[in-house]
Structure formats: C-alpha cells, structure tokens
Design a protein around this ligand. Structure first.
Ligand SMILES: Nc1nc2c(ncn2[C@@H]2O[C@H](COP(=O)(O)OP(=O)(O)O)[C@@H](O)[C@H]2O)c(=O)[nH]1
Ligand SMILES: [Mg+2]
Length: 296
C-alpha cells in the first residue's frame, strides 16, 4: 500500500480547490472566480485499494498585507516541511508573469519534489501548451509536467496514478471513510461564503467572513433537519448595505443559494438564518481570526 501527503500549491485562482475536489470526488473546498477564496489549509483524503493520498489544499501564494493574509501564508509555508510531494498548479490559459515566478521561487527554496500541473487546458488550443511545458521544464526539475483540466476532469485519473507511483509504501493515515479533517460546521461557513462571493464585487470578497453562531443538529435524526445561524462579517458599515442589497434582496439570494448547497452537502433539510454584522478591521483582529479557525 502507498501512503503519503501531497500539497496543492500555486497562485490565487489557478484552480487548486477545484483540483482538490476533482481528486477526492467530493466538494470539500470552495471555489470562486475571486482570488484568495481559500483561506485555510484543507485536507481531502482519497482512499483506494492501492493506498491513500492526503491532499492539502492551501491559500494561493501571494505577498501578504493583512494579519489574515500573513496567517494564510504561514499556513502554506508550514506545509512545505512535512509533505511528500507538491502539486504545483498553474493556469495555462494566462501568460507567465511575476506571480508564477514567485511560486517557482518558493518551490526552489523549499527544494520540493514537485509535479507541475498546467490547468484549464479546456480553455486553450493544445498547440499553446508545448512552449509553456518547455519553459517550466527548464525552470525546475519537476518529476512530471502534466496538462490537466480540474473542471472537466481531463487527465485527473492519470494524475492520481502518477501521484501513487511516487509516494512511499506505508499504512493509511486516516480511516477509509474520512474525506476531510474539517467539521460540517466549518464547511457550512465556507459554503455560505462561496455563495456570498458570487454575489459581491470588487474589493468586498476580501472584506467578508462568515462566522457560525449556531449549528444545531438536535432535529437531525427525528426531523432530518439542521438549524444554522451565521453572521456575515464586513469591515465597514457602508459594506453592510452592499451585502444586504436593496430591500435585503441580495442577502436573500445568498441565503437561498447557500441553503440549497448546504442541503445537498449535509443530506438533510437546513434552516438557515443569516445576519450581516460590522466587525471593524477584522482582518487584523486576532480574536476574530482565531474564531474563523485561521491557524495562527
Ligand atoms: N475553465 C476552467 N476553469 C477552471 C478550471 N479549474 C478551475 N477553474 C476556475 O478558476 C476559478 C478559480 O478556481 P479555484 O479552484 O477557486 O482556484 P484556487 O484559488 O486556486 O483555489 C474558478 O472560477 C474555477 O471555476 C479548469 O480546469 N478549467
Ligand atoms: Mg482555493
């Protein structure tokens, strides 16, 4: 049996969380078109007859400005010391720039055993791949360079096999029915945030967080129902109105979409109560960052 960990690294928005979900076959990590959607280290566990891979989804590598982002980057760098393998995800549909270079420098410094994944190939002509593959091949001694589409699933089975091929022999670290280390309470906050991110623009996604106030499962067995109450945090009073929308229509839409997603993910009915609250400068507030389970 093979057993080991593979950390998923790359720039914000390259498709790391989409890839984690594709590799595990379940929605564990939220996805959006906004950069810095993932703020936590999130495990996704794939167990098969041939062994177990523990994937680690991480926040995109960027230069941090706020306390929150410093914590996010410490999370990423902390992972690099213990993993067996790095999966470096690059958006192949955009051209190489300073962000990609910064990621390469990080890999080089940590001297990681790494595979390079050219993602989003569903968006580009195959002929464009060759020069990109050459470029990355010259920049670092990657074990493999594999074009993939995390969205369509192209080459994902191949990738999983390649990963198994280079992991050490060993016993599984987690029970086979474990797909993540995160609680349903945590995932609930994330799914609410995902639906919110789709419905706010510009800088607002960065300024929003979701804090679960109540996760009541007492009706789960008898009534097949979970009651969830959550606060949407914003940084300034003026942002509260944007999240609410006119006549609170935006918040209502977020609530409907989030409830549908939560019912699908939790497999039961969900009563969802959402409130918008201003928490000044929360991105630099250690107490709130702790509550959001952002590792110190
Ligand atoms: N066309 C296409 N879009 C993708 C692919 N993988 C991810 N995306 C999109 O890219 C955006 C960022 O994805 P996400 O997984 O959140 O990226 P992350 O920030 O690296 O975790 C989302 O809009 C995804 O739907 C892909 O293989 N093809
Ligand atoms: Mg992500």
């Amino acid at each position: 049996m093979k057993s080991g960990t593979a950390v998923i690294l790359g720039r914000p928005n390259s498709g790391k969380s989409t890839l984690l979900n594709a590799l595990v076959g379940q929605r564990i990590s939220i996805v959006s078109s906004r950069p810095q959607t993932t703020r936590h280290r999130i495990l996704g566990i794939a167990t098969e007859d041939r062994g177990q891979i523990v994937f680690v989804d991480t926040p995109g590598i960027h230069k941090p400005a706020y306390g929150m982002n410093k914590r996010m980057m410490r999370t990423v760098y902390g992972e690099l010391k213990t993993v067996d393998l790095a999966l470096v995800v690059v958006d192949a549909s955009i051209s190489f720039g300073s962000g990609e270079n910064f990621v390469l420098e990080t890999i080089k410094k940590a001297r990681l055993r790494a595979m390079l994944l050219l993602n989003k190939i569903d968006r580009i002509a195959k002929a464009r791949l060759l020069p990109t593959m050459r470029h990355y091949g010259a920049a670092y001694d990657f074990l493999e360079i594999i074009p993939i589409s995390a969205r369509t699933g192209e080459n994902i089975d191949l990738l999983r096999s390649k990963i198994f091929g280079c992991l050490p022999d060993g016993e599984p670290l987690y029970d086979s029915d474990f797909v993540t280390d995160r609680t349903e309470r945590f995932l609930a906050a994330e799914f609410i945030r995902e639906k919110l991110l789709e419905r706010v623009r510009q800088e607002l996604p960065y300024a929003c967080a979701v804090l679960i106030r109540k996760f009541d499962e007492s009706g789960r067995e008898k009534k097949n129902r979970v009651t969830i109450e959550a606060d949407i945090l914003v940084e300034k009073k003026s942002q509260q109105g944007i999240v609410l929308g006119s006549g609170a229509s935006n918040l209502r839409d977020v609530g409907i979409a989030a409830r549908e997603e939560l019912e699908k993910q939790l497999g039961c009915k969900v009563h969802l109560g959402l409130q918008v609250r201003t928490a000044r400068n929360w991105r630099n507030d250690d107490r709130i960052l702790d509550q959001l389970e952002l590792g110190a």
